[in-house]
Design a binder for this molecule. Structure first.
Ligand code: ADP
Ligand code: MG
Length: 233
C-alpha cells in the first residue's frame, strides 16, 4: 500500500436535517484513481465537496496528508486549495472572453514556463487550439482545456465531478484516458464521480454510494483499460 493522501472518517452531512452522507469512510492512496459511482442524488457531489474542503461535514473528519482539515485556519485551507487541489466539473466553466491559453494560465502558479504549458497541452491534445476562444471548440475540447487549467499547477489531487457527464461516448472515453495519463505522468491522485460503471471500472479503487452510504469499496484487481471500455450505462 502506498502513502495515504486523503482520508474520511465517519463523515456525515445533512441538509436541513436530512442526511445525504451517512457515516462515510474512505482512504485514498497518493497517485491512485478513485471512482465514486452512484445514481443521481446518491451524494457523490456532496462527498466530493466535503473531501475538497468546499463543504464542512456535520460530523466526522477529513484528513489531508494525516492532518485534520477541520483544524486548519482559513488561510491554510485557501493555500491547500490554491496549491494542491484542482477541480474539473461537468459544465466546462471556461471564461468566454479569454483564449484557451489565458484560461489555462488562470490556474497556473507564478513562474509557470512556456515549456510546461506546451508539454501539458500536447499531452491533452489541445496545443493547436491555444489562441482560440471557448465558443470555437467542441465540448470534449473544452473539457480538455478545463483539465489543463486544473493540472497546470501540478495539484496533488484532482477532483472531477461528472467530468464526462455532458459528453458522448467517444469524448468520454478520451477524457477518462487523459485523466489516467495525467495520473501516470504527474502522480496526481484523481477522484472521479460518475454514474457510469464502465468508467468506474478503470479506477484503482471504486466506491459505490447509495443514499449517502458507501455500499461497497474495493481495490480494483482487474483494472479495465480505458481503451477496452464498453459503454454500458
Ligand atoms: N445545497 C443543497 N441543499 C439541499 N439539498 C441538497 C443540496 N445539495 C444537494 N442536496 C441533496 O443532497 C442529495 C445528494 O445530492 P448530490 O450530492 O448532489 O448527489 P449526486 O451528486 O450523487 O447526484 C440529493 O438528494 C440532493 O437533492
Ligand atoms: Mg452530482
Amino acid at each position: 500500500m502506498g502513502k495515504v493522501l486523503l482520508e474520511a472518517k465517519s463523515v456525515s452531512k445533512d441538509y436541513q436535517g436530512r442526511l445525504v452522507l451517512n457515516d462515510v469512510n474512505l482512504t485514498a492512496d497518493a497517485g491512485h484513481f478513485i471512482a465514486i459511482l452512484g445514481h443521481s442524488g446518491s451524494g457523490k457531489s456532496t462527498l466530493l465537496n466535503v473531501l475538497s474542503t468546499i463543504l464542512t461535514p456535520a460530523s466526522g473528519k477529513v484528513f489531508y496528508d494525516g492532518e485534520d482539515i477541520s483544524s486548519f485556519s482559513k488561510k491554510k485551507i485557501a493555500e491547500l486549495r490554491k496549491n494542491k487541489i484542482g477541480f474539473v466539473f461537468q459544465h466546462y466553466m471556461l471564461l468566454p472572453n479569454l483564449t484557451v491559453r489565458e484560461n489555462i494560465l488562470l490556474g497556473a502558479k507564478d513562474g509557470t514556463g512556456e515549456d510546461e504549458l506546451k508539454e501539458l497541452c500536447a499531452l491533452l491534445g489541445i496545443e493547436k487550439h491555444m489562441d482560440k476562444y471557448p465558443y470555437m471548440m467542441s465540448g470534449g475540447e473544452q473539457q480538455r482545456v478545463c483539465i489543463a487549467r486544473a493540472v497546470i499547477k501540478k495539484p496533488e489531487i484532482l477532483f472531477c465531478d461528472e467530468a464526462t457527464g455532458a459528453l458522448d461516448k467517444d469524448n468520454s472515453i478520451n477524457i477518462v484516458k487523459l485523466l489516467h495519463e495525467v495520473k501516470n505522468r504527474f502522480g496526481t491522485t484523481v477522484f472521479f464521480t460518475t454514474h457510469n460503471r464502465e468508467i468506474a471500472k478503470t479506477a484503482d479503487r471504486m466506491l459505490v454510494l447509495e443514499d449517502g452510504h458507501v455500499i461497497s469499496d474495493y481495490v480494483n484487481e482487474e483494472i479495465l483499460s480505458p481503451d477496452m471500455m464498453a459503454w454500458g450505462i
